[in-house]
Design a protein around this ligand. Structure first.
Ligand code: SF4
Ligand code: SF4
Length: 341
């Protein structure tokens, strides 16, 4: 189902969600853009290639995965005899996520929900979230979604994809939930569809990187003991920023605590780039050096999750490229691995 929304129609639609207190969108936060509950649409600008984000970056600093897999959450409380569910999952509408984050949502659903036993919290959060993505007409220099099977106008993992054209947006319902959001809007004109297609081709044309994913997997299958890992991680400072901002990283730690007699179990994001992540209770640590930890990260993105659930877990969003304080670039790493493992 395809429709056309004039810019003012989209604004009215979003105002309805904002009025109900359900709308989250990227807003300017200092020098970058980040997610916030939006009460006024004026906080979200609706025209211009990067304007939905109001920031300098083409995408939000934190990924949209926070809406299905928050950085920390209480899993349940314990009343002395049994676990009691306490986390109330609200209905939310997320506007302005980019197609790479949509693809990451599809990965997280595959990993946490379809890959049994399912994670009930991730499933419920995804069921109660309506994801309205906006296609990218101006990819950032660090973007490489097309090299890992995605694209700047792709709808995978979203409920609605909006593609900006003159005067408004061509809207495409990806799911039944998306059809409900777009019900009542007119079909797009032929010209609008042609323009959207032209913009897709232009955006894809700006991303030159190509990765031979089949060969990369074959090389990684044999590359566990390669010297390339030492070389790639000489500069790594083990901050974990790459994993914390990655839209598909899915590791968490579980803690039990008692506060004023109340017992609860929580989970928080964890990072395979931290030394303690892989330390055994005995004290032995199989990944004591940065090379072993970085190898795990790259292997996870391009090999382990492919073996496990049949999907790459890098969507090419480029966040790790942009935030790494040591300048480690996963695109360069992949090129070196293909040459040197
Ligand atoms: S590994 Fe980097 S580029 Fe790939 S999805 Fe994660 S943050 Fe984005
Ligand atoms: S990686 Fe692709 S989808 Fe993601 S922000 Fe860049 S151009 Fe858009």
């Amino acid at each position: 189902m395809k429709v056309f929304l004039k810019s003012e129609d989209l604004k009215k639609l979003l105002e309805q969600f904002a009025g109900a207190g359900k709308l989250f969108a990227p807003v300017k936060k200092g020098g970058y853009s980040g997610w916030a509950r939006v009460s006024s649409i004026d906080e979200v600008v609706l025209s211009g290639a990067q304007a939905v984000l109001q920031g300098e970056e083409v995408n939000t600093r934190k990924p949209a995965k926070v809406f299905v897999f928050p950085q920390s959450e209480v899993m349940f409380e314990f009343d002395g005899e049994r676990a009691v569910e306490v986390t109330e999952v609200p209905e939310v509408v997320v506007f302005g996520l980019r197609p790479c984050d949509g693809r990451a949502m599809a990965f997280l659903e595959r990993f946490f929900v379809e890959n049994k036993p399912e994670d009930p919290l991730v499933r419920e959060r995804r069921e109660k979230a309506t994801l309205i993505g906006v296609a990218c007409n101006s990819p950032a220099e660090s973007c490489f979604c097309t090299a890992v099977g995605g694209g700047p106008h792709e709808g995978k993992g979203l409920d609605v994809l909006l593609r900006e054209v003159n005067g408004g947006f061509v809207g495409e319902a990806v799911t039944e939930k998306g059809e409900k959001v777009l019900a009542g809007f007119p079909a797009p004109s032929k010209e609008a569809e042609v323009e959207a297609e032209k913009r897709r081709q232009e955006a894809e044309g700006k991303m030159a990187l190509r990765i031979d994913l089949k060969r990369l997997k074959e090389v990684l299958d044999k590359g566990f003991n390669s010297p390339v890992w030492e070389r790639l991680t000489l500069e790594c400072v083990n901050c974990g920023a790459c994993t914390f901002l990655c839209p598909t990283c899915h590791c968490f730690d579980i803690t039990d605590e008692t506060v004023r007699g109340k017992k609860k179990r929580s989970r928080v994001w964890d990072s395979c780039q931290f030394t303690l992540y892989s330390q055994h209770a005995s004290g032995h640590n199989p990944r004591l050096n940065p090379a072993g930890r970085y190898r795990n990260r790259v292997m996870d993105k391009f090999k382990y999750t492919v073996d496990m659930v049949g999907e790459l877990s890098c969507v090419g969003c480029g966040r790790c490229v942009r935030v790494c304080p040591a300048g480690i670039d996963i695109r360069v790493a992949v090129a070196e691995i293909l040459e040197g493992v």
